[in-house]
Design a protein around this ligand. Sequence first.
Ligand SMILES: C[S@@+](CC[C@H](N)C(=O)[O-])C[C@H]1O[C@@H](n2cnc3c(N)ncnc32)[C@H](O)[C@@H]1O
Length: 160
Amino acid sequence: MLNIKIIGVGKLKEKFLKDGIAEYSKRLSKFAKFEIIEVPDEKAPEKLSAAQMYDVMNKEGERILSKVKDKEYVYVLAIKGKERASEELAAEIEQLALRGDADITFIIGGSLGTAPAVNARANSLISFGKFTLPHQLMRLVLTEQIYRAFMINAGSPYHK
Ligand SMILES: C[S@@+](CC[C@H](N)C(=O)[O-])C[C@H]1O[C@@H](n2cnc3c(N)ncnc32)[C@H](O)[C@@H]1O
């Protein structure tokens, strides 16, 4: 079984997000060992200078990277990353499994995005398009897309 991990910043606040993620996590658990790791967000005032923003991203980045092991294949979610179709992500996951990469990690940045050091650790940057999604909602959307990838690979009619 593959080990799929999402690393996100901050605790989920909204019940509807928690419920949605719990549902897809339950479904996913039939296909993979799935876990979500939350690292603390860096408390910061509303208005930040560029240097302060960089500092927040770097601190959150260090926390994220402390949860990533060398053997993990890492996707970092980034608006400017590479877009792919659901079928393409499914095929990538299948290929990773075939070549023995059993540990696949997805990283979602905090409200300011991901630090350069986090992007540098990525094996691949993955974009969900040009829209900016709130990072907590991104967690739900990503969990569904990972579940969808497994359904595609299983030939399930879930994916139309
Ligand atoms: C609110 S966004 C950060 C916005 C920040 N200005 C930036 O450009 O990264 C928080 C996180 O959600 C994820 N995210 C949001 N929208 C995304 C998209 N369209 N594609 C991929 N990741 C996205 C990224 O991991 C990002 O670091």
